[in-house]
Design a protein around this ligand. Structure first.
Ligand SMILES: [Zn+2]
Length: 251
């Protein structure tokens, strides 16, 4: 099961993002968002017996630190208004190290959550989401091998069915995390966007078919990915955004 555990910081004030596997970031060396993913061995037995926080303290749940440091040069969604990260020291120690700062980032930067309103008008914004909508058993579908040779790969329904064959049917309320291997490219902006000579970006994503299947047939809570978007760069528009957020789910 995945839990997001929280922010905390090395220096001053803080920020918290809801996070998913492979997308946990911290902000420069000043702020650190400590987020952890609690996992246990993924097998049919523990899909049947949900994880609870108690398991963390009994020692049979692994805690994985997924934080990354973010800064001005971190990968971000390109665009005219894309000044991705600005940090300003408000108060400094004698050494110059910040005691308190402020920062600016676009919402679609680093680890972030797309609330339903991101892609569908009149839907819930972040503050309207309930805690139960933000948590769920995590299923990581690893397609990094194929994505390394096909950066335009889109997760298919058959990939989900293959996962289920190994681990059991996805439980209701699951959060499906597509592991593309892109997180290994962090913090290389050019490698993340992977542009060709025509300026077309290339990175993997979910197929609309897979997203629709997860919404219609598996009643998931949401999806996640370790790159810039749940829609592949070559997708025509943002169909997966529309399907998932349009169903009131998160990504
Ligand atoms: Zn988005």
């Amino acid at each position: 099961m995945q839990f997001t555990i929280f922010k905390s910081l090395k220096h001053p004030s803080t920020l918290m993002f809801k996070t998913n596997r492979h997308f946990i970031f911290s902000i420069t060396s000043y702020l650190i968002i400590l987020t952890a993913l609690l996992t246990s061995n993924c097998n049919k037995a523990n899909l049947d017996s949900p994880d609870h926080f108690e398991r963390l303290f009994s020692g049979d749940m692994e805690v994985i630190d997924l934080t990354y440091t973010v800064g001005k040069t971190s990968p971000y969604w390109p665009g005219k208004r894309g000044n991705p990260f600005v940090y300003d020291t408000l108060f400094a120690h004698k050494s110059g190290a910040p005691a308190m700062g402020s920062y600016f980032v676009p919402e679609h930067f680093g680890t972030h959550l797309d609330a339903p309103i991101h892609s569908a008008d009149s839907m819930k914004s972040v503050d309207q989401l309930t805690s139960s909508e933000l948590f769920g058993p995590a299923a990581v579908i690893d397609v990094s091998a194929i994505c390394s040779s096909d950066p335009d790969y889109r997760l298919k329904k058959v990939d989900i069915l293959a996962w289920e064959k190994l681990y059991g049917k996805l439980p209701k309320g699951a959060i499906i995390l597509m592991y593309t291997g892109w997180s290994k490219k962090w913090p290389d902006y050019n490698a993340y966007i992977n542009e060709d000579d025509n300026g077309q970006m290339h990175f993997p994503g979910f197929s609309p078919e897979a997203a629709q299947f997860l919404i219609n047939e598996r009643n998931i809570n949401g999806i996640g990915i370790d790159n810039l978007s749940v829609d592949a760069a070559i997708a025509n528009g943002f169909p997966v955004h529309g399907i998932v957020n349009g169903a009131g789910k998160i990504q």
